[in-house]
Ligand binder design. Structure first.
Ligand SMILES: *[C@@H]1O[C@H](CO)[C@@H](O)[C@H](O)[C@H]1NC(C)=O
Ligand SMILES: *[C@@H]1O[C@H](CO)[C@@H](O)[C@H](O)[C@H]1NC(C)=O
Ligand SMILES: *[C@@H]1O[C@H](CO)[C@@H](O)[C@H](O)[C@H]1NC(C)=O
Ligand SMILES: *[C@@H]1O[C@H](CO)[C@@H](O)[C@H](O)[C@H]1NC(C)=O
Ligand SMILES: *[C@@H]1O[C@H](CO)[C@@H](O)[C@H](O)[C@H]1NC(C)=O
Ligand SMILES: *[C@@H]1O[C@H](CO)[C@@H](O)[C@H](O)[C@H]1NC(C)=O
Length: 416
């Protein structure tokens, strides 16, 4: 989103990007046309049964405070058909670090919407899915061709597609692989994949900058969501054993807690929970942890490690979620790291090291590539915490959490 710092951020972003790969940030129209003519979308299919759902559809709208979204009649009507997650939190501001977090389990200190490329030794959810050959994909409205890596499209005029809302394109471990790139597709391909029953088991859906509310408002994004989902909810192939999540990247107001309006829909919402609300504390990282718990996948060893699981999934696996006292929690800025512009976090050149030993909420260990790459380093942050915090900068410290284990033992503490 555009903030007071937008000009500074934009200028900082441009120089950084030019130093990296200017050819990719703004490819020529000829280059785009050539790719459009030659790059074919790739739609792998898999059928790996999950504990609670067989498909997860992650749909993100933009920049809206909880109360504003809850008051939208279209969203309220949809939420009533599913399960409202009333205590679901975005992890920072602005947009891009939240999208990055949804794929990489961390913000890496990002406090801006610059052109970023995360090094190939940073693992993502794509690596988790690949351990069991679970087909994944992204559908980004108006992406000109599969795997387009430019900063935006079209390159002038209104922003329609933007890279900052495309989680997996930020990671070299994805973009270095031509096949993976072809799994990042547009809405035209979404409807083709739907028609041919070749949708992946995990998909991330980003509407264009009007439909997601970024350049419009909740009336527009609520109506888009209602129209988009109403048709799909009637489609048995789409909804059967599917969990659809509608959430927001972040609140619009920076000074309040980053609790975003979120609900689950689809055939996999447990019957007894339909039409109710769940006030368990969740974050964008809880989605990664819940996907891992559902399909028996390892953790990235980052903030997904300690994240709470969807409550009914936790009951199935035996994991006990934490209660987090959010009265003192904002989650409106992030810890230090190499992607910081020194706006809402502190720049520090080193890449944070993930956890390589230990137990994570999803209960299936840590990804072997993460263990192998980072084994000699101590985890930079306390990734077993149910919410991100950083002692050095004082980010999200002073927050109380507790849980009562099945044997009656109480575990509690304060982030510091
Ligand atoms: C979407 O992707 C397809 C397949 O690559 C391409 O043919 C089409 O032009 C793209 N559509 C839009 C609206 O960009
Ligand atoms: C966004 O998509 C909608 C249809 O899905 C289209 O009507 C609209 O023109 C698009 N927005 C822009 C700015 O192109
Ligand atoms: C939202 O945007 C639409 C389309 O531009 C406009 O008609 C409507 O008045 C706006 N609503 C609010 C509450 O600003
Ligand atoms: C986060 O919220 C606190 C409390 O309102 C505020 O002091 C701080 O400036 C906010 N951070 C950002 C980045 O807006
Ligand atoms: C990860 O990659 C970055 C960038 O190339 C490099 O600076 C860092 O040393 C690497 N870390 C490990 C543990 O491989
Ligand atoms: C890390 O977080 C966990 C869970 O909140 C907590 O039990 C543990 O004490 C924390 N470790 C440190 C070193 O603060």
């Amino acid at each position: 989103m555009f903030t007071k710092q937008s000009l500074v951020t934009l200028l900082g972003g441009l120089s950084l990007a030019l130093a990296q790969t200017s050819s990719e940030e703004y490819p020529s129209l000829a280059e785009i046309a050539a790719k459009q003519a030659s790059v074919q979308p790739f739609s792998p299919v898999s059928n790996v049964a999950g504990l609670s759902f067989d498909r997860f559809v992650n749909i993100w709208l933009e920049n809206t405070d909880f109360d504003v979204a809850a008051a939208n009649t279209h969203l309220a009507e949809l939420a009533k058909k599913g399960l409202l997650l009333s205590n679901f939190w975005a992890v920072t501001h602005p947009s891009e670090p939240n999208y990055c977090a949804s794929a990489g389990g961390d913000t890496f200190g990002m406090d801006n919407d610059d052109f970023h490329q995360l090094p190939s030794n940073i693992s993502t959810i794509a690596d988790l899915f690949d351990t069991k050959k679970i087909a994944w994909g992204e559908y980004q409205e108006a992406l000109p061709y599969p795997g387009y890596q430019g900063y935006r499209y079209p390159e002038s005029g209104d922003n329609v597609y933007v890279r900052k809302h495309n989680p997996l394109i930020l990671f070299d471990s994805v973009t270095n692989d031509a096949t993976r790139l072809r799994q990042i597709k547009n809405f035209t391909t979404f409807y083709e994949d739907l028609e041919h029953e070749r949708l992946p088991q995990y998909m991330f859906i980003t509407p264009n900058m009007t439909n997601d509310g970024h350049d419009s408002n909740i009336t527009v994004s609520g109506a888009w969501t209602y129209n988009f989902l109403s048709e799909l909810l009637e489609n048995d192939y789409f909804t059967k054993d599917t969990l659809i999540m509608l959430t927001f990247d972040e609140t619009d107001t920076y000074e309040i807690g980053n609790n975003v309006f979120t609900f689950l829909l689809g055939g996999a919402v447990p019957d007894d929970l339909r039409g109710t609300k769940d006030d368990t504390f969740y974050t964008h990282y809880s989605v990664i942890a819940s996907l891992s718990a559902n399909w028996g996948l390892p953790s990235l060893g980052r903030w997904d490690c300690g994240a709470n699981l969807f409550s009914w999934l936790a009951e199935k696996t035996g994991y006990v979620n934490y209660d987090v006292d959010t009265s003192n929690l904002y989650m409106n800025q992030t810890h230090w790291g190499p992607l910081s512009d020194d706006d809402y976090s502190e720049y520090y050149a080193g890449w944070p090291a993930p956890l390589t030993e230990g137990t994570c909420s999803s209960g299936n260990g840590i990804l072997s590539a993460v263990k192998k790459t980072w084994k000699d380093l101590t985890a930079t942050f306390n990734y077993t915490s149910p919410f991100p915090y950083d002692s050095r900068s004082g980010n999200n410290v002073g927050v109380k959490y507790s849980r009562t284990l099945k044997n009656g033992k109480v575990e509690s503490g304060v982030s510091r």
